[in-house]
Write a new protein. Structure first.
Length: 281
C-alpha cells in the first residue's frame, strides 16, 4: 500500500513530470492560524535531483504559501500529486520551502539554470528541499480525463502588463502585490516587493477575513492576553520554593532538585496543550 523514502525514487520522476495538477499545503506556526491548501495547474514545476522540487508561483488573490514559508522558524510545506489516469497513486513530498521572489538574484539564477519560462504575473519560484517522500494507494480517487489547461490567469496578467507598458502606472505588478500579496489572511507578512510598494504608494492591503475574529496585519498570532496556565504554574512553584526554604535549610537542595524536575515536565506540556495555553518558547 504505502511506502516512504528519503528522496524521490527514480521510478516516479517521469510520472511526476507528466502530471497536470498538484496541491500545495502550508500552515502558520500558531494553532490559531489557518491551514492553507492551494491547487496548482500547468507544466510549471520541475525536479532538481532527487531531493529538490520547484514550481512557478503565479500571482493570486492571496499569499498564504509565501507568508507561511517566510515566517521565522516555519518553512514547512507538503506537495501532493494524484493519479487521475492509469493506475491509482498518491504521492507526497514533505520538506522546507524557500521563496525566490521575482527580481532577486536567486530568482534570476534558477530561471536561467532550469530554463524556466517567466510569463507576466509570475510572483516567485518556490523551491522545496525534500526530506521525506511518501506514496499511498489512491484507490478512492476518481478518474478524470484531461481536456486542456486554462489560460484565464495568464491572459489577465498579459493584459495588465500591456497596460503598464503603455504608460498606466496603476497597472504595475508591484501595486497589485501591495494590495493582494502583502499579508496572509492571518496577518503574516508576505511578499517583500508587495510590502515595499505598499509603503511607497500608500496602498492599504485588501482585507482577507471578515468578522470580529479577523486579525490585524502584522500582529503576531501567538500574542496572548490575560491570566494563563503558565502563570499559575509559576506561582505554585514559587510558593513551594519559598515554603521549603523557610521551613528547613537542609531542604534547600532537595527543593531545588524537585523544582528543576517539575520544570522539565512543564516544558514538555505545550505540545499536548491547546494553543491557547501553550508556553512561550
Amino acid at each position: 500500500m504505502g511506502a516512504f523514502f528519503e528522496t524521490i525514487p527514480e521510478s516516479l520522476i517521469k510520472w511526476v513530470l507528466e502530471q497536470k495538477v498538484f496541491w500545495v499545503s502550508t500552515a502558520p506556526l500558531s494553532g490559531k492560524g489557518h491551514v492553507n491548501v492551494s491547487p496548482k495547474g500547468g507544466q510549471v514545476f520541475g525536479i532538481i535531483g532527487v531531493d529538490t522540487f520547484y514550481y512557478v508561483d503565479m500571482t493570486g488573490s492571496g499569499c498564504e504559501t509565501i507568508s507561511h514559508l517566510l515566517e521565522p522558524g516555519n518553512g514547512r510545506i507538503t506537495i501532493l500529486f494524484n493519479a487521475f489516469e492509469g493506475p491509482p497513486r498518491i504521492l507526497r513530498f514533505w520538506g522546507k520551502g524557500r521563496v525566490l521572489e521575482n527580481g532577486t538574484s536567486a530568482f534570476n539564477d534558477i530561471v536561467e539554470r532550469e530554463n524556466i519560462n517567466v510569463v507576466p504575473g509570475v510572483r516567485s519560484i518556490i523551491v522545496v528541499d525534500i526530506h521525506q517522500v511518501g506514496t499511498s494507494c489512491g484507490f478512492s480517487v476518481p478518474k478524470f480525463a484531461f481536456q486542456e489547461f486554462r489560460t484565464t490567469l495568464n491572459d489577465f496578467f498579459k493584459r495588465k502588463e500591456d497596460k503598464y507598458l503603455a504608460g498606466n502606472e496603476k497597472e504595475s505588478m508591484d501595486r497589485y502585490w501591495a494590495l493582494k500579496s502583502s499579508y496572509s489572511m492571518d496577518g503574516l507578512p508576505g511578499m517583500e516587493r508587495g510590502l515595499k510598494a505598499g509603503r511607497q504608494y500608500q496602498i492599504t492591503p485588501m482585507k482577507k477575513m471578515v468578522g470580529p475574529s479577523a486579525p490585524k496585519n502584522g500582529v503576531k498570532l501567538n500574542m496572548r492576553k490575560g491570566f494563563q496556565l503558565e502563570h499559575l504554574i509559576i506561582i505554585v512553584l514559587t510558593l513551594l520554593l519559598a515554603v521549603s526554604l523557610a521551613t528547613h535549610p537542609a531542604l534547600q537542595q532537595q527543593a531545588r532538585t524537585r523544582i528543576q524536575d517539575m520544570m522539565i515536565h512543564v516544558r514538555a506540556v505545550p505540545d499536548a496543550l491547546p494553543s491557547s495555553v501553550r508556553f512561550r518558547g
